[in-house]
Design a binder for this molecule. Sequence first.
Ligand code: F6P
Length: 523
Amino acid sequence: MIHTQAYAKLTQHIEPTQNKHLKCFFDTDQNRFEEFHARMPGLLFDYSKQKIDQPILELLIELAKESELNEWIEKQYSGEAINITEGRAALHTALRNIENPMPQVAEQWEKMQHIVDCAHSGQLRGFSGKPITDVINIGVGGSDLGPLMITRALEGDKLPTAPGIHFVSTLDAHQLQELLNELEPETTVFIIASKSFTTIDTLSLAETSKKWIQSAAKTENATMHHFIAASTNVPKMTEWGILPKFQLHFWDWVGGRFSLWSSIGLSIALHLGMQGYKDMLAGAYAMDQHYKNTPFAQNIPVLLGLIGVWNTNFLDRAAQAILPYDSRLKYFSSYLEQLEMESNGKRTKRDGTTVEYRTCPILWGEVGPNAQHAFYQLMHQGTEKVMADFILFKEDSMQNERSAYHHNLNIANCLAQSRALMIGQTSDNPHQFYPGDQVSNTLLMDKLDAYHLGMLVALYEHKVFTESVIWKINPFDQWGVELGKRLAMGILDNIQTQNVTGLDSSTAGILNAIWNKTVEQDK
Ligand code: F6P
């Protein structure tokens, strides 16, 4: 990035931009909204509340061109092995090519369709012959967050024949136990969702669930009716005891955090029906086409990514808030935390050298109206410069007399907050002084349904890719999660043998405290 001509030119804009308050950008340009928004069917992207002007925007586009973003997009879509550290393609876009699907993708859709049909018609039965009423998705990270976020956001679109869909991800087992207390083994099916089928979190929960079924059925074989799996690892699924008809496949060219579009999305398809699931794919596909074919100046994911780079690398902002003004998107920021920070939270460039600049900011978020009563204080009067994405839907989905009022109130609050963050407030009373000058984007979508949600998720995926290209990093690996996993297995050995040999004094001290031993006793 820093060796491009555009970078050098952009640095000359830093000081004047820092010294100009965001509200002055509006004072000096009445047409700002017209100039700094982009549209595609179903979505309006307003970035006028960013500290940019035309020359800066042109230079950012130049930066994208000099970074060969077009070529990288082409490489991604054509299936080149751009995940260089793992020697894999990153072809999740192929999973939502509803116009011309790859045969192996279409084959998995058929398999999913069959399971969905059986579950909805009462043909999916447990060991006692009773129809299945509940499905528990066991998975973590990308095998949990996407399906969880989508099914909860589209709770209202659940088909009447759909089973109850539940999610379990944490290896402490409280989530699982709560569900096992509530549900009946004979009418519960589990989906083991794991790209690798080696994740200890998922496998430990699956084992406990297996025992629950076996002890209720009083036979070991009963499990075959109760476990479906989605994975790239066919031998491991078979070894675990998953029947071939319940084995859903996907491929190593689908990254874990991009896997909701694969058979990992079975829980979504069970909830919405296959048609709803495909509507979601269609929305993502529309965004894929937009990303691939639209000039950068109107390309929403490209603009979103470039604005992120401008704020992060030039205007020194290291925190990104995600603020959906719709309580149905309560899991959206957790989903984006993984997507953005697991993808771009890196310091090593593709060529193995260390970056000389900041990469992924810390991303956090909450449903907007709740966040207003929690952390907005920091954004309005704290010392941190942040960037915020407001997400708003045009449609009042409830459409009744009462909901119209709430809908308007919600819109008013969303717009009031981005405006307050921008303009701030002068006051003689220092406690009532708001500096303002906090930048934000607003994403205005037509409605919250499977199609538009697919679009929204794909938008952020492409934003992440855009930034990774500028930062010259590989967004598709996640080596940073390995060390902790390995150390955990070592510490598990320490725990099982009750010794602290080789551990640092903090880790040893905590273990001793758990065992109520003093350090002296241990010696
Ligand atoms: O935490 C690392 C990670 O590999 C994520 O990238 C992935 O989404 C998650 O673990 C779960 O992995 P799997 O689907 O292989 O169980």
